[in-house]
Design a protein around this ligand. Structure first.
Ligand SMILES: Nc1nc2c(ncn2[C@@H]2O[C@H](COP(=O)(O)OP(=O)(O)OP(=O)(O)O)[C@@H](O)[C@H]2O)c(=O)[nH]1
Ligand SMILES: [Mg+2]
Length: 461
C-alpha cells in the first residue's frame, strides 16, 4: 500500500537534526498517550491531562532519569493531525532524541515517514491537499514573497478560489442534468447562448488562476536573472556587486569566466537567482569553451530577466552584436531584457541615444547598481501585486487547471454548433473539469500522487 496505515501510532523528531537548545519529538495516533505514559513520569499526569496545557515531566529509561521535559497533550480531533497527540520538548541532544524515539517504538509506536503527520491531517480532514502542500512550502520558504504565497495557501485562499470555481461548474452541470432527466420534455429548452456565456466566464476564471502560476513559480523558486554580454564587459563584476561578495573571478583578461556561476540573493524580500555566464565569443577554441558557451545559452533560455551588459567606454563591437543575436535566438518569449551599460566611470564611446534605452552603471564605483536592483524589485512587485495575492505555485495545480480549462473550451466548441448541442457530451466535459478541480483539493487524487507529494516533506511534519 502506498498510503501508510493511519491506525498506527507514529513517532518522529519534529526539530532539525543536530545540536540545539530544545528539540521536539511528536507522537500521533490512538496509542499516543498510552505509549508516552510508559516512559514519562509521574503517571498521574496521564490521568486526565488538559489538552493544550504544558506539563513539566520526567522521561525515564530503565528507572533512570533521561531528561526533564515539557509535554503537551492533545485529544482528537483537536490536534495538528486530528489524532490524539503528544509533543515532547526535550533538551536538543541527538542522544536524548534517539532514546525517546527508541522508548516510543519499544512501546508500540512506528517511526513516521516524511510528511506523515501532515498526511494524517489531510486524511482526517484538517487540511485539504492544497493547504497541506503549502505547509511544506511554508517550511522551505526563504523570502518574504515565497512565504506570503505559502501562508495564504495554508490559510485556504487558493482552496476557496477553487471551491468557488467549482460551485459555478456544479451549477452549469445541474442545468444540463435536469434536462437530461426530463424524459417528458416539461422543462423549457436550455438557453444555449447564455449557457455558453457562463461556461466561457467560468473558463476565464480558471484561466486567470492558472496564469498566476507564471508569477507563483517565481515567488516560490526565485526570479532567474541571467547576466550576459561580451567578454570583459564586466558581467562577473556585476554579479559580485549585486551579491556584495567576491564570488566570481574578475580580471582584465577576456574569457575569465568559463562556467556559469549562480548566486541566490534576497532583494527586498524577493529571492533572485543571478547567473553569471561566460562571455559569448565567436570561435570557441576548445571543448571547455564550447561547453561554457552551451551553458551560457542554457542560462539565457532559463532566464526570466536578462541583463545584457555592454562596455560603455567601447564602441559597439562585433562581440556585442553576437550577444544580441544569441539573446534573440535563446530567450524564451516573455523574457524581460534590461540593457546595462557598464564602466560609466570611464569616458563614454557610445552616444546618449544608445545608452538612453538602458541603465548606466559602474561596477568599479557602484554608481547605478542600486537603481538596477530597484528595477529588478519593481519587476518582482509587478508580479506579486495585491490583487494576485492567491497565486498558484505548484506545477500540479497548474496542469490540473489547464486540464479543467481545456474541458470547458471543448464545451464552447459544442455549443458553437447551435442550440441543439449534445447535452450529454457537454455534461461529460463539465464532469472532467470538476474532477480536475477535485484533484487539486485532494478529493479524488490517486494514492500514488499523494504518496509522491508527501514524501517530499521533512520527517516530523
Ligand atoms: N573602469 C571600470 N572597469 C571595470 C568595471 N567593471 C569591470 N571592470 C573591469 O573590466 C574587466 C573585466 O571585468 P569582468 O567582470 O571580469 O568581466 P566579464 O564580463 O566577467 O569578463 P569575462 O568573464 O572574461 O567574459 C576587469 O578588469 C574589471 O576590473 C567598471 O565599472 N569600470
Ligand atoms: Mg566573467
Amino acid at each position: 500500500m502506498i498510503i501508510p496505515d493511519t491506525t498506527q501510532t507514529i513517532v518522529a523528531p519534529a526539530s532539525a537534526p543536530g545540536l540545539g537548545a530544545i528539540a521536539v519529538v511528536r507522537l500521533s495516533g490512538p496509542e499516543a498517550h498510552n505509549i508516552a505514559s510508559a516512559f514519562l513520569k509521574p503517571l498521574s499526569a496521564f490521568k486526565k491531562p488538559r489538552p493544550g496545557t504544558s506539563y513539566l515531566l520526567k522521561a525515564e529509561e530503565n528507572g533512570r532519569l533521561l531528561d526533564k521535559i515539557v509535554v503537551i497533550f492533545y485529544r482528537a480531533p483537536k490536534s495538528y493531525t486530528g489524532d490524539d497527540m503528544v509533543e515532547i520538548f526535550c533538551h536538543g541532544s541527538p542522544y536524548i532524541i534517539s532514546r525517546l524515539l527508541r522508548l516510543s517504538i519499544a512501546n508500540g509506536a512506528r517511526e513516521a515517514a516524511p510528511g506523515e503527520f501532515t498526511l494524517r491531517a489531510f486524511m482526517n480532514g484538517k487540511l485539504d491537499l492544497t493547504q497541506a502542500e503549502a505547509v511544506n512550502d511554508l517550511i522551505i520558504s526563504e523570502s518574504a514573497a515565497s512565504h506570503r504565497a505559502a501562508i495564504t495557501q495554508v490559510e485556504g485562499e487558493v482552496s476557496s478560489r477553487i471551491r468557488k470555481l467549482r460551485g459555478r461548474l456544479v451549477d452549469l452541470l445541474s442545468e444540463l442534468e435536469v434536462r437530461l432527466d426530463d424524459a417528458y420534455g416539461e422543462l423549457p429548452a436550455l438557453d444555449s447562448e447564455a449557457f455558453a456565456g457562463r461556461t466561457a466566464a467560468a473558463a476565464a476564471g480558471i484561466k486567470t488562476l492558472a496564469d498566476s502560476f507564471e508569477h507563483g513559480r517565481h515567488l516560490k523558486h526565485g526570479l532567474r536573472v541571467t547576466i550576459a554580454g561580451a567578454p570583459n564587459s564586466g558581467k562577473s563584476s556585476l554579479l559580485n556587486r549585486v551579491a556584495d561578495s567576491d564570488r566570481a573571478i574578475v580580471s582584465p583578461k577576456a574569457g575569465t569566466t568559463r562556467d556559469t556561476i549562480e548566486e541566490r540573493i534576497n532583494l527586498s524580500g524577493f529571492t533572485v537567482i543571478f547567473t553569471d555566464t561566460a562571455g559569448i565569443s565567436p570561435a570557441a577554441e576548445d571543448a571547455v569553451e564550447r561547453e561554457g558557451m552551451r551553458r551560457s545559452i542554457k542560462a539565457l533560455k532559463a532566464a526570466d530577466i536578462i541583463l545584457w551588459v555592454r562596455d560603455i567606454s567601447k564602441r559597439d563591437s562585433s562581440a556585442d552584436r553576437r550577444v544580441a543575436a544569441a539573446i534573440k535566438r535563446a530567450a524564451a518569449p516573455g523574457t524581460e531584457l534590461i540593457k546595462v551599460f557598464n564602466k560609466s566611470d570611464l569616458p563614454p564611446a557610445r552616444g546618449p541615444g544608445e545608452t538612453a534605452e538602458g541603465i548606466s552603471i559602474s561596477c568599479r564605483t557602484g554608481r547605478g547598481v542600486d537603481a538596477l536592483k530597484d528595477l529588478l524589485v519593481g519587476e518582482e512587485r509587478k508580479m506579486f501585486s495585491a490583487e494576485s495575492s492567491s497565486v498558484i505555485t505548484s506545477a500540479r495545480h497548474y496542469s490540473a487547471l489547464l486540464g479543467a480549462h481545456g474541458e470547458l473550451t471543448r464545451i464552447g466548441g459544442l455549443v458553437g454548433h447551435g442550440p441543439e448541442f449534445p447535452l450529454e457530451l457537454a455534461a461529460e466535459h463539465l464532469r472532467g473539469a470538476l474532477n480536475a478541480l477535485a484533484d487539486i483539493l485532494g478529493e479524488t487524487t490517486p494514492e500514488e500522487i499523494l504518496g509522491r507529494i508527501f514524501e517530499k516533506f521533512c520527517v516530523g511534519k
